[in-house]
Ligand binder design. Structure first.
Ligand code: ZN
Length: 282
């Protein structure tokens, strides 16, 4: 099952059509994404027999973020060995966690104004938490994930790395730095929820540049492990997001470094989910 938001309302999406959950359920279920995710079991039960007669045609560009206003956005650094190596670190013993402040979260098709500095790409799989919970044991962790979506952890590297020790969060939270979507997809919809492919490409005036590719099966701390470890400390709330880390191939580890430029468009694809499209302006 695929879900997201359209004009701020929670929808199911199938075959290019969106079904307004609150309207189609006669008000039995909420229109707000976080409120719907808080009642995730009810949504799943209702969806099995939902009447799609009132569904409307929808394009990716019409959709908002699967969760427009998450209260907690966790992000994990160095969760793929090649990226840890290119960044000059050994693989960590425990997840390295920062936040993307929620004001940076957007939908799938956007224009991002580049702030001064060096803005870089990081394609990531993003887990969307359902009803949430505290101290979720790892065997129960996948059941706490309502869906997976595609994300970009856009990062301005000068702000990210200033100071000793550096604090990552602000450099990753400029407006538009957290695109997500186009929909979130329930884990049971993937052939293997623990091994999903993704890739990104940059469209430039002089052709297409492949940037990053990977599979979630290559994570150091897999998604269920992250849910268990994070919820051991912070209660997870309905609609919280977890950016699960990026593989190798970021721009600031290239020789010479390569950062995003005005006029370029970044395409990020997650198998079984769809693609993000960010165009950059100066
Ligand atoms: Zn990242």
């Amino acid at each position: 099952m695929r879900f997201g938001t359209l004009k701020g309302r929670f929808v199911l999406v199938a075959d290019g059509r969106a079904l307004d959950v609150a309207a189609a359920s006669g008000g039995a279920l909420p229109a707000d994404a976080r409120a719907a995710l808080a009642r995730w079991d009810d949504v799943l039960t209702w969806s099995a027999t939902a009447d799609w007669a009132s569904a409307v045609a929808v394009a990716d560009a019409d959709l908002g973020p699967p969760v427009p206003d998450p209260r907690q956005v966790f992000a994990v650094a160095l969760n793929y060995r090649p990226h840890a190596a290119e960044a000059g670190f050994t693989a960590p013993d425990a997840p390295l966690v920062f936040t993307k402040f929620p004001s940076c979260i957007t939908g799938p098709v956007t224009t991002v104004t580049l702030p001064p500095g060096n803005v870089d790409w990081e394609i990531e799989v993003v887990a969307v938490i359902g009803a949430g919970g505290y101290r979720i044991p790892r065997p129960a962790a996948w059941a706490a994930v309502a869906g997976l979506t595609c994300g970009q952890d856009l990062s301005e590297r000068l702000t990210q790395t200033q100071g000793k020790p550096a604090q990552f969060s602000l450099g990753k939270s400029f407006p538009g730095f957290g695109p997500t979507g186009p929909v979130a997809v329930t884990p049971d919809s993937f052939p293997d929820r623990d091994d999903i492919g993704f890739a990104s490409t940059l469209l430039t005036g002089s052709g297409d540049e492949p940037l990053q590719s990977g599979r979630t099966g290559e994570m150091i701390f897999p998604i269920d492990d992250l849910v268990a470890r994070l919820s051991a400390i912070c209660p997870l709330l309905p609609g919280d997001l977890i950016f699960t880390g990026t593989p190798g191939g970021v721009g600031n580890r290239r020789t010479p470094p390569r950062f995003l430029r005005p006029g370029e468009t970044l395409i990020s694809r997650l198998d079984g989910v769809g693609e993000l499209r960010q165009t950059f302006a100066g």
